[in-house]
Design a protein around this ligand. Structure first.
Ligand code: SF4
Ligand code: SF4
Length: 410
């Protein structure tokens, strides 16, 4: 990858001697392009300016929340005026910008579909800027991350690998599975199209999914985080909630720091957000926000909104009810995804796979391994572990057919 992996998302950035992590909040009442530009420029200035983070002349990936191409007033995607402002600032800094995201699961990751989502979200005019390209490259590659706690490799969309910097430009929303989607969760969009359900299938609980998101952020290490909280979504986000005006933009070098502040603004307890709970338990951020350095407008101006929670929220410290959407994603992942299959002629019956299997889905019988696919959680540890090459990963014939149809024009 063009960027280096850091151990800690709170790792110091150039020009920041203070160990606390800065988060800038700047009021922005509406999406008038000049208002957004001024607010964003001020927020970045409060952090030391773009020079503190980004070398002029480099290639930057601006990563919006492009869940699906829905109009800005629905508050599903990052507003085009916020994308336009960050692109303008980066161009003025001498950088070239690629806007890229892989939309939500169920949307085939093809150039035609990307164009449709760009148009739907109102991004098409951003391509008129000679310093900005809307990504149509649907290639991806697998990147190893042996330091990951629960995930040792990720398939990542091509521009995220070739860029010098990634700026995450998220949309603040409540979320039926993760309670909050802001900076940290946004990076899941770097996983291409139909690979996403497989991740939902492999990381089934909020905690495991949360740890996977933390691993992904530690691998990719975005340079800067911007959150569009001018119009947020409350209720059953990320798609079916209700837009709500809050009128603020946030910027930070750390996704966790930004999300900790978003929790305060969105009336959420950080430990109720699975990935923040994981981050707190991994020692990556302080539960009380004592490691944050707030700059700009006072946080108290934005904390009284009493944002409506999703219907899946069961109350503080009680977690999230598994939503029908998540069940559907899980089923899709299991039906479509690769499953481990034992090649009995190669299997020596050594039992190493049975020992490592976290789901206890493998037994040794008749001198070779047997896998109970109903119990298997598709972590693929057995495939990694078997030195005999006796566990292959295969789709069912029906899933192979679906896969061919879904990827035929790549
Ligand atoms: S590790 Fe490989 S060879 Fe050993 S029992 Fe499992 S499948 Fe068979
Ligand atoms: S059978 Fe293999 S892929 Fe399935 S849970 Fe066990 S180790 Fe993971």
């Amino acid at each position: 990858m063009a960027r280096q992996v850091n151990e800690n998302m709170h790792a110091a950035h150039p020009g920041m001697e203070d160990a606390r992590i800065p988060v800038a909040l700047v009021a922005c009442a509406d999406y008038q392009p000049d208002h957004v530009y001024d607010a964003l420029a001020r927020a970045i200035f409060l952090l030391g300016g773009l020079d503190a983070f980004i070398t002029p002349g480099t290639r930057v990936l601006a990563k919006p929340n492009l869940l699906q191409g829905l109009p800005p007033e629905r508050a599903v995607c990052t507003h085009p005026a916020v994308m336009g402002a960050i692109i303008r600032l980066l161009n003025e800094h001498g950088c070239t910008v690629t806007l890229a995201d892989s939309p939500g699961a169920g949307i085939r990751y093809t150039p035609k579909n990307l164009l449709k989502q760009y148009h739907g979200a109102g991004y098409q005019d951003l391509a008129l800027d000679p310093g900005c390209v809307l990504n149509l490259d649907t290639g991806f590659a697998t990147v190893k991350f042996m330091e990951g706690k629960v995930c040792k490799e990720f398939p990542l969309i091509a521009p995220s690998i070739s860029s010098d910097h990634i700026i995450v430009v998220s949309k603040a929303k409540t979320h039926v599975l993760m309670l909050l989607t802001g900076a940290t969760k946004n990076l899941f969009g770097l996983i291409p199209g139909l690979e996403k359900p497989l991740f939902h299938s492999r990381f089934q609980t909020g905690e495991r999914f949360g740890d996977m998101l933390i691993d992904l952020n530690l691998l990719v290490k975005p340079t800067l985080q911007v959150a569009d909280a001018i119009l947020v979504m409350e209720g059953d986000g990320p798609t079916s909630g209700t837009p709500r005006h809050l009128g603020v933009i946030l910027v930070s070098p750390s996704p966790l720091a930004l999300d900790m502040v978003l929790c305060r603004i969105m009336s959420l307890e950080p430990r109720d957000v699975p990935y923040l709970k994981c981050a707190i338990e991994r020692g990556l951020c302080a539960p009380d926000g004592s490691d944050l350095d707030l700059r700009g407008d006072p946080l108290s101006a934005y904390t009284g909104a009493d944002i409506r929670k999703p219907g899946t929220y069961m109350g503080s410290h009680r977690g999230m009810r598994i939503s029908p959407l998540f069940r559907a994603m899980h089923r899709l992942g299991r039906a479509y995804g690769l499953r481990p299959v034992v090649e009995t002629v190669r299997c020596t019956g050594c039992g190493k796979c049975a020992t490592i299997c976290p789901a206890r889905a493998i037994t040794i019988s008749g001198g070779h391994a047997l896998i109970r696919l109903r119990t298997c959680i598709r972590c693929y540890c057995c495939h990694e572990m078997c030195t005999e090459g006796a566990i292959s990963l295969k789709r069912t014939p029906a899933a192979s057919l679906v896969h061919r149809v879904m990827t035929w024009d790549k």
